[in-house]
Design a protein around this ligand. Structure first.
Ligand code: ZN
Length: 244
């Protein structure tokens, strides 16, 4: 009986450790679906910094691909609204035509696949080149969206390079039309010389991607804890991990 109790205890501890190390494994037995939306693409470059020749669409896609790899390595199912600059489609006259992904198609990918969260990735620009900092937008009526945005704010503020990360409620089309918690992340200003250069660096893109993956992990851990009745304020391995 004592041996049984010890065995049972060891098993419980082992399962606990596995769940802490891999929060996704505890997500109702299935992998959460994350839709990553690299903003713009094709003929729409998004923000442009004429001075340094930076196009927002390129940075968005680079970071999104890196986030995809990091999330997939953690067991998430990831869907990208675009995985190249633009897409090729059958033209009515035969052959293929290049075109952009519309906002409706991006939303449909998330809603149609019953995604668990939606993350739109962007970079900012402004005529005042001293303007810096990241901004996280969530829909003003979505408490879940705000919680997801707070996790992003937390990890971005943890990066030494980030000047400031602000949370902003909004009514953006992609945020109000998606049926799951959604955020739009403005990673920084490409028109600021320091931030523009940083956003082009693969090492900084890697850091951003790791931070995004950590934010996603923390969010799902929090939701799981709530579902299983654990205290929301209870410290966890994931929540205490410092973003690298
Ligand atoms: Zn944009």
């Amino acid at each position: 009986m004592v041996v049984e109790t010890i065995r049972c205890g060891i098993l419980t501890v082992l399962i606990g450790v596995i769940l802490l190390l891999c929060p996704v494994a505890a997500w109702a037995g299935t992998s959460p679906i994350v839709v990553l939306d690299p903003g713009h693409g094709g003929d729409d470059p998004g923000a442009v910094d004429q001075l340094n020749g930076i196009l927002e669409k390129t940075i968005n896609l680079e970071v999104a691909r890196r986030v995809q790899h990091k999330l997939e390595a953690r067991g998430y199912k990831v869907l990208l609204t675009r995985d190249q600059d633009d897409v090729f489609c059958h033209a009515p006259s035969g052959g293929f035509v290049k075109r952009q992904i519309s906002l409706e198609e991006r939303i449909e990918l998330a809603n149609g696949n019953a995604a668990d969260i939606f993350i739109s990735i962007h970079a900012n620009s402004f005529h005042d080149r001293t303007c810096t900092g990241a901004e996280i937008f969530y829909h003003r009526l979505s408490q879940d969206g705000r919680e997801l945005a707070e996790e992003f704010q937390g990890v971005l503020n943890g990066l030494p390079e980030t000047v400031e990360c602000k949370l902003k409620a909004s009514n953006y089309y992609v945020l109000r039309s998606t049926t799951m918690p959604a955020v739009l992340v403005e990673m920084g200003y490409i028109t600021n010389d320091r931030e523009g250069k940083l956003l082009l660096e693969s090492t900084y893109q890697e850091k951003l991607a790791e931070a995004f993956a950590e934010a996603v992990n923390r969010y799902f851990k929090k939701v799981k804890d709530r579902r299983t009745g654990l205290s929301e304020s209870a410290p966890s391995t994931a929540a205490n991990a410092k973003a690298s």
